[in-house]
Design a binder for this molecule. Structure first.
Ligand code: 5GP
Ligand code: 5GP
Length: 226
């Protein structure tokens, strides 16, 4: 009887180890969007994509696997390089929603490749390359940040807004408080740079953020035009 129990416990232990090995290596995603007006202002120089000036809208920065304690995995699978051919049906949506503003001008593929290799390879347990990019594009379509802010009287007009009013507008519309990240312009003002929303491991549903990034914002932030 006693040895049966011992065997049962051992089996349980081995099974847990096995499940541990195949379960996701992350707890949730940050879905991060960037305001191009702030990227271009603070980087001093930014470069428009070879396809032209992006829309006046938030653009996707990335979909980042994260741990509940705030740390995150990166570059998880060197054997899984970015293959644009796997997402050829998504390219025109990527060019609109995920433009690259870094210099020199590019068609975006270096940015997407970087994001896949650094972050996407850490969620391969849940999303293959096509699924990963499609999940980010669908999230972008689902949450129209610019419209949400506009509905609360917050516009990219170069004026300043309280960080809490921005957060409150997004919480009101999505149900969840976002992370808000700022950078600092040449005159030392805090400006709205990135908005973080949290998403479950399927990449489709918004969730309450287990941990919010330290966004380096002051209580009043500029929202520069683009
Ligand atoms: P920065 O140091 O500019 O905040 O972030 C540099 C890069 O590190 C980001 O573009 C992103 O790739 C990664 N990173 C920064 N913070 C986080 C985070 O909280 N979670 C994840 N998954 N990646 C992050
Ligand atoms: P992360 O900060 O996600 O690790 O890396 C961002 C990388 O992508 C940097 O090497 C940056 O130069 C490049 N990159 C290309 N286009 C963009 C863009 O539009 N925004 C940001 N934040 N990074 C970009």
């Amino acid at each position: 009887m006693k040895s049966n129990f011992a065997i049962f416990i051992k089996l349980l232990f081995v099974q847990c180890l096995a499940i541990g090995c195949v379960s996701q290596g992350f707890d949730f995603f940050y879905f991060v969007q960037q305001w191009p007006g702030s990227y271009c202002d603070t980087k001093q120089s930014c470069c428009y994509p070879t396809t032209g000036k992006p829309e006046t809208d938030f653009g996707i920065h990335g979909l980042w696997p994260n741990y509940n304690d705030g740390s995150y995995p990166s570059n998880c699978d060197p054997d899984s390089p970015f293959h644009q051919s796997e997402i050829s049906d998504l390219i025109s949506r990527m060019q609109t929603s995920w433009p690259s503003l870094a210099c020199p001008s590019s068609n975006g593929s270096a940015f997407w490749s970087h994001e896949w290799e650094k972050h996407g390879t850490c969620s391969e347990s849940d999303l293959d390359q096509h699924g990963y990019f499609e999940a980010a594009l669908s999230l972008k379509d689902k949450v129209d940040l610019l419209q949400i802010l506009k509905s609360s009287g917050i516009q990219a007009d170069g004026r300043s807004y309280s960080k809490s009013s921005i957060s409150e507008a997004i919480r009101g519309a999505t149900g969840y408080a976002p992370g808000i990240e700022c950078n600092v312009d040449a005159s030392g003002n805090s400006q709205l740079y990135q908005i973080y929303l949290c998403v479950d491991t399927s990449g489709s549903n918004l969730i309450k953020c287990p941990v919010l990034p330290n966004g380096r914002c002051s209580s009043i932030v500029d929202f520069p035009s683009f």
